[in-house]
Write a protein of this length. Structure first.
Length: 277
């Protein structure tokens, strides 16, 4: 890796090296990894709920070699040098201790990010790009609708925690087992519903049925909805055609799709957006 030291500074990227402080089983199907992130000096708690890119280290690579790799743009690396990227959500950030929590759905060892989290121990390391700004930057609605499966639960929980204390709304969370319920702060008038879907790799219409049975309120409705792309497509169609929800008031996004890995899903989403556009 000595050649990396000769890379033009303009061809470098701002990858951060984070180290694991501890890992805990948040629920049977969710892991929380707490990371030490001393280089994120410009970050504050407003980035909770924001997306970031995790750079998964290759097996057996040293920390110093990985530090060099994540400082270089992917185009300057050979295919075997490029770390796998996966998109995740900043669940918590504690400036005082320069700590970040990232929650991982426990897929076993079938996915690179889940596998890394399952085997992480204090001192393990990972790369990070970002984080970006949160998708919902202001709260102005009369009523909020939040929906998520387990992949988007960190986003949804962080969004609800950021809402005004007097916010009113409804959330529906689709989880694998009853033990996957989580406790987090929510406005007093916010209704939270948990429904079970024991096999996330099979399509579900639970959330769509829930939407159709809602008493739709008057006034401005703001949404935060994310999860499996097949279902998201149906939810978006329902909200657009049946409820005339303005795009400016809606965050609704497919995070994954049954049968596809993240890179394949990104291609699928791009193709879908071209068809819609």
């Amino acid at each position: 890796m000595n050649s990396l030291a000769k890379i033009d500074p303009q061809k470098r990227q701002s990858g951060h090296l984070l180290t694991v402080k501890h890992v805990k089983n948040l629920t049977p199907n969710m892991l929380r990894v707490t990371l030490h992130c001393p280089s994120l000096t410009d970050m504050d708690s407003s980035r909770q709920g924001a997306h970031c890119k995790l750079l998964i280290p290759q097996p057996e690579i040293s920390e110093e070699a990985f530090r060099q790799i994540i400082s270089v743009k992917p185009s300057e690396l050979s295919a075997d040098q490029r770390p796998i990227r996966r998109t995740y959500t900043v669940r918590h950030f504690r400036k005082k201790n320069m700590e970040m929590d990232i929650d991982f759905v426990n897929h076993g060892d079938e996915g690179p990010a889940s596998s890394w989290a399952r085997h992480a121990i204090p001192g393990s390391f990972i790369g990070l790009l970002g984080p970006a700004l949160p998708k919902i930057k202001e709260f102005y609605a009369d009523w909020y609708l939040v929906a998520a499966d387990m992949s988007a639960l960190p986003l949804a929980a962080a969004t609800i925690e950021a809402m005004p204390k007097d916010a009113k709304g409804v959330a529906i969370f689709e989880i694998t087992t009853a033990a996957d319920k989580q406790i987090f702060e929510a406005p007093e008038s916010f209704e939270i519903n948990w429904i079970l879907h024991s096999n996330p790799h099979k399509p579900s219409i639970n959330q769509l049925s829930f939407f159709k049975n809602l008493d739709w309120p008057k006034g401005i409705v703001q949404t935060c909805i994310a999860g499996e792309s097949g279902l998201i497509k149906q939810l978006r169609h329902y909200l657009n055609t049946e409820k005339d929800l303005p795009k400016k008031d809606a965050y609704i996004s497919g995070y994954w799709k049954i049968g596809l890995v993240e890179d394949e899903h990104r291609t699928w989403k791009n193709n879908e957006s071209k068809l819609v556009g």
